[in-house]
Design a protein around this ligand. Structure first.
Ligand code: FRU
Length: 540
């Protein structure tokens, strides 16, 4: 025991000495250098190391991806299906791609799950496990995984018909590996609506029925069923509620407990495109009540789940352990999704995030924050209980895991200006100012921005009335082509794509006031696709 203690003390002393050598302090105005022992290769032939390839976010091995679909947990595995076009790196005839994960961090690619057929392309939708075999499509010993999705009929579209979209069903008896389309498709036909899509199906334990929400242009519709095949229309919501800058897409509806109370509320997510606060696509939410038939709210204001530009079509998992509400969004925006400067593949998903509901004053706020499991791939590099910042003085960090830009920053602090930059003067600037209650992200000089006029045009500024105290918890997560920012545990989040010409290797911290930053921690985030790791994508 004593020996162990000695050993521990010795290791601790070594670590302190190592830290003193690796972090140059600020007094002499030189940057604090954070070094790493790992040598990183950016050899373009090595796996998943192409320019801008997300290192710890899900992206398809190749070709085009958009919305997450069919998020369902079954037998210890999280399934992620997604809108996929295997023919190009722009949107095209939609299939459902498929990936799985045991921890929502490491992903394994699988074969394409759903292919277009004579009824149409396979647009967005959702999946459940029919545990009691209510559909009769499996058995109770081997319950079917059921996907309900939108068919988009191209022949109808070419013929100028309006009712191109209907809802179809497919089932799998081998955990999503292979699928059979239901022979009676479509299961919900179209009554002459131009936009009629993106069904979210779920089991409602209160009514003991299957429920489904879909969108029809400017409103959501709710349906109910005993067997997942025959659906009864119940009600509609939203014609005169919320934002209507664009068509409604990808609904989701679920119940959450309000933190620190016994109250429970229903949350309705609706993506819209265009019409988001910072341009193009975005996801709004409504807090209200739902009885299995209709959704009601007295919410007057418009609420957004994310104030960045790149979190769209996000929906949540069915069937999770402990009923956790886990959300994944598509990390792009229809304004410029087709033109981002990647090769071979296009776009990624947000980190999976846990949703929770807090009442701030009289206002319900849907918070989203990265799942706990993220800590399993964090490698702590620098931490400081108290770091003094003088008004308008800079503290500069240089982190040496060059060509990496995988970065995690957490701190409790007041007003901050954080600038990420690189050797070719690209810079990404984040500013919080409590006096004017505003947070802004400036990616106008963040790297390659000129692939689309709307991408780097604006500074994204957001009013932040729900940040009620001057000190905030900042959590910032940087991957090779994205930044995700969470303030006060996700009361506000901002998700943005970025395409720096060289990896950011510097961070400067400034403030317009003297302050002590508390509990500052900086960590590297390990890549999830490393060749020697078991997470290497493989095809079954
Ligand atoms: C949202 C969306 C959905 C549609 C899918 C088509 O991004 O437009 O409404 O089902 O993409 O790929």
């Amino acid at each position: 025991m004593q020996l162990k203690l000695h050993n521990l003390l010795f290791i601790l002393a070594l670590n302190i000495i190592a830290l003193l050598f690796s972090c140059k302090k600020k007094e002499d105005n030189s940057p604090i250098t954070i070094s790493t022992t790992e040598a990183i290769t950016t050899d373009s032939t090595s796996f998943y190391k192409e320019s801008f390839r997300p290192q710890f976010h899900f992206s398809p091995e190749k070709k085009w991806m958009n919305d997450p679909n069919g998020l369902v947990f079954y037998k210890g595995t999280y399934h992620l299906f997604y809108q996929y076009f295997p023919g190009d790196i722009v949107w095209g005839p939609m299939h459902w791609g498929h990936a799985t994960s045991k921890d929502l961090i490491h992903w394994k690619h699988h074969k394409i799950a759903l292919f277009p057929d004579k009824l149409g392309l396979i647009f967005s939708g959702s999946a459940v496990i029919d545990i009691n075999n209510t559909s009769g499509l499996g058995t109770t010993q081997n319950p079917p995984m059921i996907a309900i999705f939108t068919y988009h009929n191209m022949d109808f579209e070419k013929a100028g018909k309006i009712n191109t979209q209907s809802q179809g069903l497919a089932y799998s008896l081998n955990e999503g590996e292979t699928w059979t389309k239901y022979k009676g498709n479509p299961i919900i036909g179209n009554n002459n609506l131009k936009d009629f899509r993106d069904p979210k199906v779920f089991w409602n334990p209160e009514t003991k029925l299957w429920n489904l929400a879909l969108v029809a242009g400017d409103h959501a519709q709710f349906y109910s069923s005993k067997n997942l095949i025959d659906w009864t229309y119940m009600s509609q919501f939203g014609k005169n509620r919320g934002a209507h800058g664009g068509v409604w897409e990808c609904p989701d509806i679920f119940k959450l407990k309000v933190e620190n109370s016994e109250e429970e509320k229903w949350v309705l997510l609706i993506s819209i495109n265009p019409g988001a606060p910072n341009g193009g696509s975005g996801t709004q939410y409504f807090i209200g009540d739902y009885d299995g038939k209709s959704f009601k709210t007295n919410q007057k204001d418009i609420k957004w789940i994310d104030y960045g530009t790149d979190n769209y079509a996000g929906v949540t998992y069915n069937n999770t352990p402990n009923n956790e509400r886990i959300f994944i969004g598509w990390m792009s925006n229809w304004l410029y999704a087709r033109n981002t400067p990647t090769q071979n593949w296009r776009s990624a998903m947000t980190l999976p995030r846990k949703l929770s509901l807090e009442k701030i004053g009289s206002n319900y706020v849907l918070k989203n924050t990265p799942i706990q499991q993220l800590k399993t791939i964090k490698i702590p590099e620098y931490s400081k209980e108290l770091l003094s910042v003088q008004a308008n003085n800079k503290i500069a960090f240089e982190y040496n895991h060059l060509n990496q830009s995988q970065f995690h920053f957490k701190a409790l602090a007041k007003n901050l200006k954080l600038t990420f930059s690189n050797e070719v003067n690209d810079s990404l600037v984040l500013i919080y100012d409590h006096k004017i209650n505003s947070f802004s992200v400036d990616r106008t000089h963040s790297g390659i921005v000129n692939f689309e006029t709307d991408f780097g045009k604006l500074i994204h500024k957001t009013e932040t009335p729900n940040l009620t105290t001057p000190t905030l918890e900042y959590q910032i997560i940087l991957d090779w082509s994205s930044i995700e920012i969470f303030l006060n545990g996700g009361v506000y989040s901002f998700t943005e794509q970025i395409f720096p010409n060289k990896p950011y290797t510097k961070l400067s911290i400034q403030s317009n006031e003297d302050q002590e930053i508390k509990n500052l921690s900086i960590a590297k985030i390990k890549g999830i696709w490393e060749t020697n790791s078991t997470s290497k994508p493989s095809k079954k």
